[in-house]
Design a protein around this ligand. Structure first.
Ligand code: AMP
Ligand code: ZN
Length: 471
């Protein structure tokens, strides 16, 4: 059996079968660039990064698109408050967003289309919807999607459309289930938009938020693609509206698998800008935490469970990561000696069991708990085997490269900037060992002093020389 996902559309877990074998086309709702993203947002992006990395690990060629919402109600309002042009204002937060991705070791996806650069595609899609009778122009030059023209409306969110009033409309980008109504595809310019507007067949205006994701996803991934992701707050109205717009226009199924992550919460409430109960990544860095620690916390709870965020969980992450680093340091020192006659049986057995448990866990709808348990059990067993000298130098190399391989998915295993000795240093260590073998102690000490001048301390241990960087 291969990878299985919980599909919000069907509310069941099913095997992942992409349209094209061994390829996965994914669309991910990205940030609205009007402020620094908070770690609730990053919970969603880290989940999507895990999804991407795991599909790659399992041999899929991933094409992923994440949009940047750089025009909507919020960006326009905030840019005006700051007295900046929309572009200037959003550029600042786009830059910050990419810095934050790097801090969290989130892999770059293939495309980051910005809404403002795709207004033409959105206008073309709206024209199709009008032509096919799914949208209409209102008096002031806005365009609305007619949800009564799309019988499948509500299938994803299971929202009740029975009490729907004909012709009721909602102009805001964000609204609740109680406001189910025709929604804006295009908004005629008004005062609040300032100098933000584009020409269109319906006059000056700007696109609504929902049409952006339909236009850009289909442009880069085709009319039907494999996976669409976001947080559960995106299910209604955003994703419901995306389905309506896309399927009404093409007559084809839009997305095969809808994956949504649960919220990151603080004291029982969703972390959000509007509640003011948020930490940005930068807030946490200022408190002395690292991106690696934050990533560890965000990835460590299954994506469909609420993640209750506390600073204590970051402290626990620090301890867990220190354990990883200690074990890896031991393995690296042993691997570096390169004396063994091949990998020992213990190492081989530990690797194959850990890999099996890792795959078994993550195949099951990205179930991280058993996959992480496999990792920490491995580290415990490795330490015990190292204590008993049961691991050869080649065994240590095998374990080390296995951890590097796992890190293509986890992204938190790498020890930050571990300096390795260069060729010259290694040759001197070998020469010193040779002199010691011939009991030329004075010569051996001379080499040790030379190494110290070069910034390396040699420690002689029962199982050979250990090298450490001098402070
Ligand atoms: P926004 O910038 O509000 O459109 O949100 C960007 C992404 O973050 C969307 O996928 C949201 O569903 C997600 N998101 C927002 N708040 C949270 C939260 N507290 N926990 C998890 N995901 C969130
Ligand atoms: Zn979206």
């Amino acid at each position: 059996m291969g990878i299985r996902f919980f599909n919000t559309l069907t509310r069941t877990i099913a095997e992942f079968e992409p349209l094209v074998p061994a390829a996965a086309r994914i669309y991910t709702c990205g940030p609205t660039v009007y402020d620094y993203a908070h770690i609730g947002n990053f919970r969603a992006y880290v989940f999507e990064d895990l999804l991407r990395r795991y599909l790659q690990f399992r041999g899929y060629r991933v094409t992923q698109v994440m949009n940047l919402t750089d025009v909507d109600d919020k960006t326009i309002r905030s840019a005006r408050q700051e007295g900046m042009s929309l572009n200037e204002f959003t550029a600042r937060y786009k830059r910050a967003f990419f810095e934050d991705l790097e801090t969290l070791n989130i892999e770059r996806v293939e495309f980051y289309p910005a809404a403002t650069e795709h207004v033409g595609d959105m206008i073309a899609l709206i024209e199709t919807l009008i032509r096919k009778g799914h949208a209409y122009v209102s008096g002031e030059g806005s365009v609305y999607f007619d949800i009564s023209s799309f019988p499948n409306y509500g299938r994803l969110s299971r929202v009740d459309t029975s009490g729907l009033k004909a012709g009721a409309r909602v102009v805001h980008d964000e609204y609740g289930k109680q406001d189910v109504a025709d929604f804006a595809l295009w908004k005629a310019w008004d005062e609040a938009d300032g100098d933000v507007s584009w020409e269109s067949p319906w006059g000056r205006g700007r696109p609504g938020w929902h049409i952006e994701c339909s236009a850009m996803s289909m442009k880069y991934l085709g009319e039907t693609f494999d996976i669409h992701t976001g947080g559960i707050d995106n299910i209604f109205p955003h994703h419901e509206n995306e389905i309506a717009q896309s399927e009404a226009a093409t007559g084809k199924p839009f997305v095969r698998y809808w994956l949504h992550c649960a919220h990151l919460i603080v004291e029982g409430q969703k972390m959000s800008k509007s509640l003011g109960n948020f930490y940005t990544l930068r807030d946490l860095l200022r408190r002395g935490y690292s991106g690696r620690e934050v990533r560890f916390v965000l990835i460590g709870t299954h994506y469909r469970q609420s993640l209750n965020f506390t600073l204590a969980s970051l402290d626990a992450a620090r301890n867990a990561l220190a354990r990883i680093d200690d074990t890896r340091r031991r393995l690296q020192e042993l691997a570096y000696r390169r004396i063994g006659p091949g990998a020992d049986q213990t190492s081989k057995r530990l690797v194959s069991r850990a890999e099996e448990r890792f795959v078994h866990g993550l195949d099951d709808d990205l179930n991280v708990a058993p996959a992480l348990a496999a990792l920490f059990d491995l580290l415990r067993d490795v330490n015990r085997a190292l204590d008993r000298n049961a691991i050869t130098s080649d065994g240590a190399s095998l374990l080390e490269s296995f951890l590097t391989k796992l890190d293509r998915v986890w992204g938190f295993l790498e020890v930050e900037s571990q300096e390795q000795p260069d060729q010259e240093v290694r040759a001197l260590v070998q020469e010193r060992e040779r002199q010691r073998g011939q009991k030329n102690w004075a010569e051996a000490d001379k080499i040790r002093d030379r190494l110290l001048k070069m910034g390396w301390i040699v420690q002689d241990t029962p199982d050979g020389p250990h090298l450490r960087r001098a402070k």
